[in-house]
Write a protein that binds this ligand. Structure first.
Ligand code: ADP
Ligand code: MG
Length: 633
């Protein structure tokens, strides 16, 4: 047996790093600005604890394009490096000075905001540069160093006459990456990755009009004369974004203006926000916004953005934010989310799970407090938030448990009930013979108008539940509330809600009823309709088509997915034809002697019932219309 060390040669590794380390070449800028930020934040920390005896001042980071010479410069005023430090931090690939710093100043630097930790970021420069120079002057009293490397493992390190503290990185842009020399390209990258980084970043200058002080100008009619144009640094970032502040420092308007800062193209105001702020057992800050969603979930382009120490990472928060909340907008910032790992690994990560639970809890707490503070306001927002909440109840048990406190069920008349309130209100009037509460609902106010009307005439409350996932939600609610059953207004609830009907005296004798049934069944196709005779109020509709609640719901669920009822979508349509035996029409049908007239009466009545259920289509509809016109002549 023999053992030893696998020999990894730098010559082989270096091109690999260049090529495969990051799939996106553009992140070189984010990495170099992160290093510049780290260098500045480290200096800030060292001056604050008295380990660096220099003035911290008002440092910034500058990005410059030199198009003519095909160079990009990134200049910082951070702590710099001595030539020994360059040897140590730059020449040793995968040795992270950031990690070493955090380890060394473990207690005091925990919140310093230092970003780096893999020790690979610097080399991402070679993804776009054929040659990289690093000129650096440490805050320590030592000469500056000049490191140069052309992408091969060989480098040179010589002294340099730079006297001001900090580091300048010079990228000699490679021929295949010349597009990075475009100002618009760099501008785009800066605003994508660096918009909220903690140290001001200068990219060029811009002209600004400033008002001149009184006395410096002669009073003039021309208003422009009181202004003068000056050239100022063009700072591309906001170093103190709202989410880094305490909730107590922020007013409603601050949250709104941060929303506009985050999504400049979004003109709709958010409904409300949730400020996330926790540092144990994981570190997470952020602001989530509930946007106006409505019923149609438009394809989302403004998504939740994930940051780490104010550096933009991604807007794919799948696996980190619970799925139902990915419809929200805003920012989360956490250094405790592992990056560069697969999403499935991410979901198995303990911290990530805790973060998802924390976010769910904060959202349900916020909803509960909005509900408690002003129910009226909450109800006004309902239509815009319900989809998220309904989806949350279905997909997240932790949310479901809490949602009972604020989940609302609106009626077609614009009243709102919680489930508990609904149970109380309906108890007297809407129970079936087994003592089960029957909750009636409509899914479309127009399509089910006549049914809603009938239900209301009988004194029933009708909910308006019109989200596409409502059948799944109802299924879950029924499973968890033994004594509750839901029925759509056009469903077969009539035989359930008999309590009121029992008091109706039948106009027809049993014999007459039997006769009517036989006549009806000769004309009404029995593959599709089950004829059902009911003695109802004579004013109520004579013919009405209903569909078994169970059947319709299973079909809906298999269509909208996840219902598990495989093949239900292909089942034939089955309906009930409910005939009001107390109606005048029922009496006329019975008393009509002429067989053809009798048939015509039933056919017309059936078509009218189909029409109000939206079932009369095609040829049947055409001949119905024709026939109806003929009777007008
Ligand atoms: P990381 O940032 O993960 O530590 P990098 O490869 O990005 O790894 O950088 C390696 C090290 O080089 C840093 O930790 C830091 O010590 C040093 N370094 C890089 N850029 C600068 C800079 N602009 N100023 C001072 N030190 C720097
Ligand atoms: Mg780095």
């Amino acid at each position: 047996m023999s053992s030893g060390k696998i020999n990894v040669s730098v010559e082989n590794i270096f091109p690999l790093i260049k090529k495969f380390l990051y799939s996106d070449h553009e992140i070189f800028l984010r990495e170099l600005i992160s290093n510049a930020t780290d260098a500045t934040l480290k200096l800030k920390h060292l001056t604050s604890i008295g380990e660096a005896n220099v003035a911290y001042g008002d440092p910034k980071i500058e990005v410059k394009i030199d198009k003519e010479n095909k160079k990009i410069h990134i200049i910082d005023q951070g702590l710099g490096m001595t030539s020994e430090e360059v040897e140590k931090y730059i020449n040793q690939i995968a040795f992270s000075g950031a990690e070493e710093f955090l380890e060394k100043y473990k207690d005091s630097a925990k919140d310093s905001g230092v970003i780096g930790h893999f020790g690979l970021g610097f080399y991402s420069a070679f993804m776009v540069a054929s040659k990289v120079e690093l000129i650096t002057k440490s805050f320590k009293d030592e000469p500056a160093a000049h490191w140069t490397c052309d992408g091969s493992p060989e480098f040179t390190l010589v002294p340099h006459d730079k006297t001001d503290r900090g580091t300048e990185i010079v990228l000699h842009i490679a021929e295949d990456s010349l597009d990075f020399l475009e100002e618009s390209k760099i501008n785009g990258l800066l605003s994508k990755y660096n918009k909220f980084m903690p140290i001001p970043i200068k990219f060029g200058t811009r002209k600004e009009k400033i008002e001149q002080k009184k006395g410096e100008f002669v009073e003039s009619e021309n208003k422009d004369d009181v202004f003068t144009e000056v050239e100022v640094d063009n700072i591309i970032n906001n170093p103190n974004p709202a989410w880094t502040k305490q909730p107590s420092e922020l007013k409603d308007e601050d949250y709104k203006s941060f929303y506009r800062e985050l999504y400049p193209m979004q003109f709709e105001e958010p409904l409300f926000n949730i400020h996330l702020n926790v540092d144990y057992p994981f570190n997470l800050t952020g602001i989530l916004y509930f946007p106006k969603l409505g019923a149609d979930l438009q394809i989302q382009k403004d998504k939740i953005q994930l940051y780490q120490n104010q550096v933009y990472v991604t807007d794919n928060v799948e696996g980190i934010v619970p799925e139902f909340l990915t419809m929200l907008k805003g920012v989360i910032d956490s250094p405790d989310i592992p990056l560069n790992v697969s999403r499935s690994y991410l979901q198995a990560d303990g911290n990530v799970k805790k973060i998802a639970n924390y976010i769910t809890r904060k959202v349900s707490d916020k909803l509960k407090s909005l509900f408690n503070e002003s129910r009226e306001e909450f109800e006004k927002k309902w239509n815009d938030i319900k989809i998220v909440l309904e989806y949350g109840m279905l997909s997240e048990d932790k949310f479901y448990e809490k949602a009972g406190d604020f989940m609302l069920y609106p009626t077609t008349d614009g009243k709102f009930f919680t489930l508990a309130e609904l149970k109380e209100t309906l108890a007297a009037n809407q129970t079936d013979k087994d003592g089960k509460l029957v909750i009636l609902y409509a899914s479309n106010k127009d399509a089910q108008h006549s049914y809603i009307d009938i239900a209301k005439e009988r004194g029933y409350e009708v909910l308006l539940l019109d989200s596409p996932i409502v059948s799944h939600l109802i299924q879950k609610l029924e499973a968890d509330n033994e004594n509750v059953t839901f029925a759509r207004v056009d469903a077969d609830h009539l035989d359930k809600l008999i309590t009121k009907e029992e008091t109706q005296i039948s106009k027809l004798s049993d014999e007459e009823k039997e006769k009517l049934k036989v006549v009806l069944e000769t004309i009404v196709p029995k593959e599709t309709y089950t004829v059902q005779l009911e003695a109802m109020d004579s004013k109520l509709t004579p013919f009405m088509i209903t569909q078994p609640e169970f059947m319709r719901r299973m079909k809906e669920m298999s269509q909208s997915g996840g219902g598990g009822m495989f093949g239900m979508g292909n089942m034939p349509e089955m309906y009930n034809l409910v005939v009001n035996t107390n109606s005048d029409l029922a009496t006329s049908i019975l008393s009509t002697e002429n067989e053809d007239t009798k048939k015509a009466l039933i056919k017309q009545a059936l078509d009218l019932a189909k029409l109000s259920q939206g079932l009369l289509k095609g040829e049947d509809l055409t001949s119905f219309v024709k026939r109806s016109f003929e009777t007008l002549r």
